[in-house]
Design a protein around this ligand. Structure first.
Ligand SMILES: C[S@@+](CC[C@H](N)C(=O)[O-])C[C@H]1O[C@@H](n2cnc3c(N)ncnc32)[C@H](O)[C@@H]1O
Length: 363
C-alpha cells in the first residue's frame, strides 16, 4: 500500500510587538489567524501559523512578522553568545526552505535579488550590536545564493536578529514598513499613536456590528482608522464611527487619514461638553493628552474628572471605554466617581513614557 505523504508542518513564525501588547497580539494570533502561540517574551510572540501566506501580514497588533530561523531564551550576556549566534545561524536553520516560503508571501523581484541584515539589541550585553550583526553575517556565509548582493535599502530579503535581554530571535522578515505604518497614515501629528497600539485598543473594545464607536479626542484619527479597518474585516459591519477634537489642524489630519477607509463623522468639539445624546455610544476608545507634549501635568486630574463624567453620560448601560493614559491614579479616581469597573490594565510605553492601557465597563 502506498504511504500517503503528509504536507510538512509550517515552520514557526514570530511577531515583534510593542512591549506590553504581547497578550493582545497572542489573542489576535490565536483567534483571528488560528495560530498556535508557542512562547512569548518581551515584545516577541513566537507562534505556529496554520499556513505561511499573506494572512500573516494582516495581523493588526504586530509591528513586523518573520519566519523563525532560531530562537533562545538563554543568552548569557557574555561574548560567548556571539559563537552561538554564528553556530545556530549556520547549522540550525534550513535557509533554503525558509527562502522558498518567503517567496510565497513576497514574490522574488525581477533582476538580481538583494539581501539586508538587521541586528537590534536591548539590554546590557558584553558585546556590541555590530558584533552581533557580524556574527549573524558569518553564520549566514554560503547560506544565501552566491549571486545575491547586499543592499542597504529595499532589499528583497531581510534577515533580522533581535536580542532582548536573554532572549534572541532570528528570522526572515515577511512584512515591510506598511505593516506597522499602514498605508492610510498620510498625516502625522507629534502626539499621534502608533497604529498597532490603536489597533490593540480597538481590539480590547470588542466592537460589535451596528454599534456606535466614539473617539472624543481623535487627534490625527488613528483610532478611528483602526475602527474602520476592523469593521471592514469583520462580518456584519454597520459600525457608526464618531470622532472629534478641539484642534482644527488635528481634525484636518484625521479627515485626510480616514477618507479612503469609510465613513466617519468628524466634528470640532470640547470632549468635556459633547453634542451627543445621553446613552448614545456603545464603545469609547481614546487617548487623552498625557500632559507632556500637550497640556500641563497639573491639568490632567481636573481634565480626566470632567471628561469621564461626560463620557459616562454619553455611554449606554454596560458600554465599554478603552482609555490610554499616563496617569492611571487620576483616571481611577475619575472612574470611581462614576462607578466604572476596571476590566483590564496593561502597561505600555508611549513615546518613551510609561502609560496604562485600560478597559472599563460602565455598570
Ligand atoms: C494624545 S492626542 C490624541 C492622538 C490620537 N489618538 C492620534 O493617534 O492622533 C490628544 C488629542 O486630544 C485633543 N484634546 C485635548 N483636550 C481636548 C478637549 N477638551 N476636547 C477635545 N479634544 C481635546 C488634542 O487636541 C489632541 O489632538
Amino acid at each position: 500500500m502506498a504511504r500517503q505523504r503528509q504536507a510538512p508542518e509550517p515552520p514557526p513564525c514570530f511577531a515583534l510587538v510593542i512591549p506590553g501588547l504581547e497578550e493582545v497580539a497572542e489573542e489576535e494570533i490565536t483567534k483571528d489567524l488560528r495560530g498556535q502561540v508557542k512562547r512569548t517574551g518581551r515584545g516577541i510572540v513566537v507562534f505556529r501559523p496554520p499556513e505561511v501566506d499573506a494572512s500573516l501580514l494582516h495581523l493588526r497588533t504586530a509591528e513586523d512578522v518573520f519566519l523563525l530561523g532560531w530562537g533562545t531564551d538563554q543568552l548569557t550576556y557574555r561574548a560567548e553568545d556571539l559563537d552561538r549566534i554564528r553556530r545556530w545561524t549556520a547549522r540550525e536553520v534550513d535557509w533554503d526552505r525558509l527562502l522558498r516560503l518567503h517567496h510565497q508571501v513576497r514574490p522574488k523581484p525581477k533582476g538580481k535579488p538583494t539581501y539586508h541584515l538587521v541586528a537590534q539589541m536591548t539590554g546590557v550585553h558584553g558585546y556590541r550590536r555590530v558584533d552581533a550583526r557580524k556574527a549573524l553575517a558569518e553564520g549566514l556565509a554560503g547560506k544565501l545564493p552566491a549571486s545575491w548582493r547586499h543592499a542597504e535599502e529595499k532589499a528583497a530579503v531581510e534577515v533580522w536578529l533581535t536580542i532582548n535581554g536573554a532572549t534572541a530571535v532570528c528570522g526572515l522578515r515577511l512584512s515591510d514598513r506598511t505593516m506597522r505604518h499602514r498605508s492610510y497614515k498620510r498625516e502625522h501629528l507629534p502626539a499621534s499613536l502608533r497604529p498597532t497600539l490603536a489597533a490593540a485598543m480597538v481590539r480590547l473594545a470588542e466592537v460589535r456590528p451596528n454599534q456606535t464607536v466614539l473617539d472624543p479626542m481623535c487627534g490625527a484619527g488613528t483610532i478611528l482608522a483602526e475602527v474602520l479597518e476592523a469593521g471592514r474585516n469583520a462580518k456584519g459591519g454597520g459600525i457608526r464611527v464618531l470622532g472629534g477634537d478641539l484642534d482644527l489642524t488635528a481634525l484636518r489630519a484625521a479627515a485626510a487619514n480616514v477618507r479612503r477607509l469609510g465613513r466617519a463623522f468628524l466634528a470640532r468639539w470640547d470632549a468635556r461638553r459633547l453634542p451627543l445624546a445621553d446613552q448614545s455610544v456603545d464603545r469609547l476608545v481614546s487617548n487623552p493628552p498625557f500632559g507632556k507634549q500637550l497640556g500641563r501635568p497639573e491639568d490632567i486630574g481636573p481634565l480626566y474628572r470632567q471628561m469621564v463624567a461626560e463620557y459616562h453620560r454619553v455611554l449606554g448601560p454596560w458600554a465599554r471605554a478603552v482609555l490610554l493614559v499616563s496617569d492611571l491614579g487620576a483616571l481611577k479616581e475619575a472612574a470611581r466617581a462614576v462607578g466604572w469597573k476596571l476590566l483590564r490594565s496593561l502597561k505600555v510605553r508611549v513615546l518613551g513614557q510609561p502609560a496604562a492601557l485600560t478597559v472599563w465597563k460602565k455598570g
